[in-house]
Design a protein around this ligand. Structure first.
Ligand code: ATP
Length: 267
């Protein structure tokens, strides 16, 4: 489905995100408060970057953070997947880029999130690279828009920062680089707690402790979401097997034994 034209305020809150507090602070300073208290920023005369690149391993919250920033700022959010902009007819890619930025300006304050932004740069110079070349040039024109970009912020995301075209990483473009790491043991627990906000997890389950287990080493946020989901599935299956399944719907909870089953599947 084409999502280029779709702009709305996302429903992700900071509380849905485990860890990543440093990033939250950065974005509060650089985007959220700037949208909320424009006159104070104006008075101070500071010159702040409006373009960001989130980089790091997959499934660690890049998309979530971008959405939460828009939510907290009350800004519109346009989600673009880099590869969706490619493989178009001559001139079509450039037109799309212009259209995206025009829409963003109209519905400012607005955050344009470029997922897999490295897709716009890797083929440059290679055979067929002209599509990327022209797309990239148009993107640079829009990003250089200066005053026209008031209230329009861009956040790119990539798992492969090394292949990014260096022209895109200069100040005023995706100029501020922010690393989104794999969670450490404590952060894994915080992510599980954040994920549990929307799940009936039994309060006897120690999610912080679960996150510290050696078996959880190297799990990403997305892996932990899968773990949570497997645990919920195990609870559901047990519930459906039980003869009381229709009468005690209120007692449905995800318990320690369900997490143990889920751990075996996921790790
Ligand atoms: P990719 O590089 O693959 O696009 P990403 O870094 O953008 O990944 P997200 O899409 O933000 O990752 O995360 C995928 C899913 O994993 C989220 O929808 C959420 O369920 C879970 N998740 C990842 N990181 C976190 C986190 N820090 N806190 C809570 N949930 C998380």
């Amino acid at each position: 489905s084409r999502r280029e034209g779709f702009s709305t305020i996302p429903d992700v809150k900071w509380e849905d995100i485990g860890g990543l507090n440093m990033l939250r602070k950065e974005f509060e300073l650089y985007i959220v408060n700037r949208i909320k208290y424009p006159s104070q920023y104006e008075e101070s005369g500071v010159d702040l970057e409006s373009g960001f690149l989130l980089y790091g391993p997959p499934g660690c919250g890049k998309t979530l953070i971008a959405k939460a920033v828009a939510n907290e700022a009350g800004a519109n959010f346009i989600h673009i997947k880099g590869p969706e902009l490619l493989n178009k007819y001559v001139g079509e890619s450039e037109l799309q880029v212009r259209t995206i930025f025009n829409r963003a300006r109209v519905c400012a304050p607005c955050i344009i999130f470029f997922d897999e932004v490295d897709a716009l740069t890797t083929e440059r110079g290679k055979e067929g690279g002209w599509v990327v070349e022209r797309l990239l040039n148009q993107l640079l024109i829009e990003l250089n828009g200066g005053d026209h970009r008031r209230g329009v912020f861009v956040i790119g995301a990539t798992n492969r920062p090394g292949v990014m075209d260096s022209a895109l990483l200069r100040p005023g473009r995706f100029g501020k680089l922010l690393y989104v790491p794999l969670p450490d043991p404590d952060e894994r627990g915080l992510i599980l707690k954040a994920l549990a906000r929307t799940k009936p997890v039994d309060c006897a389950v120690d999610l912080l402790d679960l996150g510290k287990r050696e078996a959880c080493e190297n799990l990403s946020g997305a892996d932990l979401a899968a773990l949570m989901n497997e645990a919920a599935m195990a609870a559901l299956e047990e519930k459906l097997r039980s003869p009381l399944s229709t009468s005690d719907a209120l007692q449905f909870t995800i318990k320690s034994n369900h997490f143990e089953l889920a751990m075996k599947k996921v790790t």
